[in-house]
Each structure stands twice: as C-alpha cells, then as structure tokens.
Design a protein around this ligand. Structure first.
Ligand SMILES: O=C(O)CCC(=O)C(=O)O
Ligand SMILES: [Fe+2]
Length: 174
C-alpha cells in the first residue's frame, strides 16, 4: 500500500529503522480524502483558491489536474509542478514533530486560475486517535536538541487553529 511504502522509504534517508514511522502512526491510523474543486475565476488577482495553511496530518498525498498549488519557502511562493499521474507527498505538522524538525511541514496555498477549472484530491494520512507521537530518538542529540514534545490527537488542536487561520505547530514545541 502507498502509505506503507512511503512510511518505510522516509526512514532510509534519515538512517532510522524502517518501521519507526509506521509504529508511530499506529495500527488504526486514518487516511481521509478531500476532493477540491476550484472553478475558474475571472479575477484571480482578487481571490485565492485556498488560503495559506500547513496540514495537520502526518503527511498528505496530492493529485492535481492543473498547477495552482504553491509552497512557501525562503520568503517566496513556489508553484508545485504538475507532473501527469504523479502523486505529490507533502509533509504535515506531525512528520515535522516525528522527525524533530528535519522534515518541514510547509505553508501552502492554492491560486485561482482564469482559464481553467482545477480539481485536486488530498489524502491526509494521520496517526491513530489517542496515540502519542514524538521526535524519533535517533534524531535527537547534542547538536539537535529535542524541538518538540510528545503529543496526542494533534490533528484536533491543528483544526482549532486552522479555523482561526493560525498555525498550531508551536503548541507542540518542547
Ligand atoms: O488543492 C491542492 O492542491 C491542495 C489542497 C490542500 O492543501 C488541502 O486540502 O489541505
Ligand atoms: Fe493543505
């Protein structure tokens, strides 16, 4: 399954045990799909498709049929390329916590388009309800102190802040 492949691929680049993220997500982890439809808009300069936010998931798979998704990095918005049939994997706040800040959960938004409608599917992969997650031990040492505490049901806290157009990640800081 895609989540298993992805969760097992990520520890490799971090020299961690293959199952470490799978274990943190737990056995009753959730995968929720959101289907987004962005109708074309005559004045795309006046309206955003989706306001800036970071996801509260562990990570998110995105399938899109048009460009429009932008990622904020180094004080600039960068448009994610649209590679046909490719699934984009976006880190959510909970992977930033589990990797002790090594993987970043980026602020992203969606622009409007004056020419074409846009459809995207976002699949949010989130740790099991009630299960504590926290920074992997292998990513905490003298040079990289523990940046986040152990938390549970972070997605609920994230949702409260999201409603107020605020980031929630600081609530998990150590
Ligand atoms: O439509 C997209 O490409 C992104 C959607 C998104 O960021 C979200 O639903 O959280
Ligand atoms: Fe998002």
């Amino acid at each position: 399954m895609l989540t298993e492949l992805t969760s097992k691929a990520m520890p490799k680049s971090l020299q961690l045990k293959e199952n470490c993220f799978l274990d943190q997500f737990g056995e009753r982890e959730t995968l929720q799909a959101r289907f987004n439809y962005y109708p074309k808009c005559q004045r795309p300069d006046l309206i955003l498709g989706l306001k800036p936010h970071a996801d509260g998931s562990g990570y998110t798979f995105i399938l899109q049929d048009e460009i429009g998704l932008q990622i904020f990095n180094n004080d600039k918005w960068h448009t994610a390329p649209n590679v046909p049939h490719a699934i984009l994997v976006l880190m959510g706040d909970q992977m930033e916590i589990m990797t002790n800040g090594v993987f970043k959960s980026p602020v992203h938004r969606v622009l409007s388009n004056s020419e074409r409608d846009r459809i995207s599917i976002a699949m949010f992969y989130t740790p099991e309800k009630g299960k504590e997650i926290g920074p992997e031990e292998g990513l905490v040492d003298g040079e990289r102190p523990q940046l986040f505490k152990r938390v549970k049901d972070y997605a609920d806290i994230h949702y409260e802040y999201y409603q107020r157009v605020m980031r929630a990640l600081h609530t998990a800081e150590a």
